[in-house]
Design a protein around this ligand. Structure first.
Ligand code: TRP
Length: 435
């Protein structure tokens, strides 16, 4: 049993892990398709604006609460005021719910890695993907396989598991991504994809786009579930976390842009539609891979890349409940991970089956998968982020000058943390609830 709290072996390890948490399916699977559905370059402008003006505040606050309290989420909230305990508990609960659908997508990736070893020309990927998701037993097997991979790293602990996974997988991820970008840009007419990404059409601005951009920004930066709080609590030096905040935001945005530069030129080069939704990576891209020479190798590289990114994010989601369980219930990591495996499986299996035999089972008109996605992204994450800002701003009294020396920026930070960000999050919640 660990009686001493774990900590990072170095700053670099912390930053790699935090970037590993942020960069995931949100960047490579979700970002391009949400951008494709929301008008391309103009969505990018809104998204970047929101990140620069708003999202850095809860991100910094989350890291700061972890670093100051040196506790997992529940203990951190409780130490600020025992009344906040329940709000703290919402973080690991949200983590369990997010993992239940995030890990399903992870399972699909494992399947596509296997698929890359067969002749891609034989498939109609639209039908293939539908069949894959509907085929109950293999689909559950894939979800559980992905869960096991992430649990394995989490169970090994912060230094041996989480750091190791990030130190190996993140650089590998970057190399494969650059290779695929070079390939995508070498395709004929690739400039059309770049134009789609970078030439905004301001006539397409609408309210829904702001909501989609904010939701995407929170999700991709891992805000609103205590993952950064937990990672922040493992920092042992007392250097400022301002630079870490910049690094996380910069890297996450860079990886999202690179993912776009990898995907859109290929889509335009093949005359496909960028707005095909969640199937973009699982239907549209394999369709492209099937048409190019040695497409199987490109496909393998791509899905290995996606798996690496998903695993480093998956372990950060798991770390939140694991940290809470080990520290509060005083059980070993292995035991916590075993219990967690069964809890997540209990949610993830029905969610996996909601594409197949449980397809008719609807909650508020949504199947279980969509319901989990909706409840976490549109309700719980904004709600958790809201309470975090209120607690950090009003009760822990985190000040802008702990973020930056510049008085004016520090002032804006304070206003943002105490008023602007909470109000915007409430607005997001309100609109989300009406949707
Ligand atoms: N940010 C990750 C991604 O882009 C997903 C993720 C990891 C996450 N940890 C999180 C999302 C915590 C919300 C909260 O794929």
């Amino acid at each position: 049993m660990e009686d001493k709290r774990p900590s990072w072996s170095s700053r670099v390890s912390f930053i790699l892990a935090a970037v590993g948490s942020a960069v995931g399916l949100g960047n490579i699977w979700r970002f391009p398709y949400i951008m494709g559905q929301n008008g391309g370059a103009i969505f990018l402008v809104v998204y970047l604006l929101l990140i620069i003006t708003i999202c850095f505040i809860p991100l910094f606050a989350e890291l700061a609460v972890g670093k100051i309290t040196k506790k997992e989420c529940v203990g951190a909230y409780e130490s600020i005021n025992p009344k906040f305990k329940l709000l703290g508990i919402m973080n690991p609960v949200t983590g369990i719910l997010i993992s239940s659908f995030y890990f399903i997508v992870g399972g699909w990736i494992i399947n596509y890695i296997g698929l890359s070893f067969s002749n891609l020309k034989m498939f109609n990927f639209g039908e293939y993907f539908t069949e894959l998701t509907q085929n109950s037993i293999p689909a559950c097997g894939l979800t559980l396989a992905f869960l096991l991979i992430c649990i394995f790293f989490t169970a090994r602990g912060v230094k041996k598991g989480i750091e190791f996974a990030n130190n190996v997988l993140m650089p590998m991820f970057a190399v494969i991504l650059l290779g695929l970008i070079a390939f995508s840009l070498s395709l004929p007419n690739s400039h059309l994809g770049l134009e789609y990404m970078f030439k905004p059409d301001f006539s397409k601005v609408n309210a829904h786009m702001f909501l989609a951009a904010l939701g995407q920004a929170l999700f991709t930066l891992s805000i609103g579930m205590g993952a950064l709080l937990t990672y922040g609590s493992y920092i042992k030096d007392d250097k400022s976390i301002t630079k870490s905040t910049y690094t996380i935001i910069f890297s996450d945005t860079l990886f999202a842009l690179l993912a776009g530069i990898m995907i859109f030129p290929a889509i335009f080069s093949f005359g496909l539609e960028p707005n095909s939704g969640a199937g973009l990576v699982f239907v549209t891209l394999p369709h492209i891979f099937a048409q190019i020479p040695h497409g199987e190798i490109v496909s393998l590289a791509f899905f290995v890349l996606l798996l690496a990114a998903a695993v480093t994010s998956g372990i950060s989601i798991l770390e939140v409940p694991v940290a809470s369980m080990t520290e509060r219930m005083k059980i070993s990591r292995t035991k916590a991970c075993t219990i967690l495996f069964f809890i997540i499986a209990a949610f993830a299996i029905p969610a996996t089956l909601s594409f197949g035999i449980l397809g008719d089972f609807k909650i508020f008109g949504k199947n279980i998968f969509d319901c989990l996605d909706f409840v976490t992204s549109n309700l719980l994450m904004p709600l958790n982020a809201f309470f975090l800002c209120i607690i950090a701003g009003w009760f822990l009294k985190i000040k802008g000058n702990s973020f930056i020396n510049n008085k004016f920026v520090a002032f804006l930070f304070d206003i943002g943390l105490k008023f602007v960000v909470p109000i915007i999050l409430l607005l997001l919640l309100y609109i989300g609830l009406r949707a």
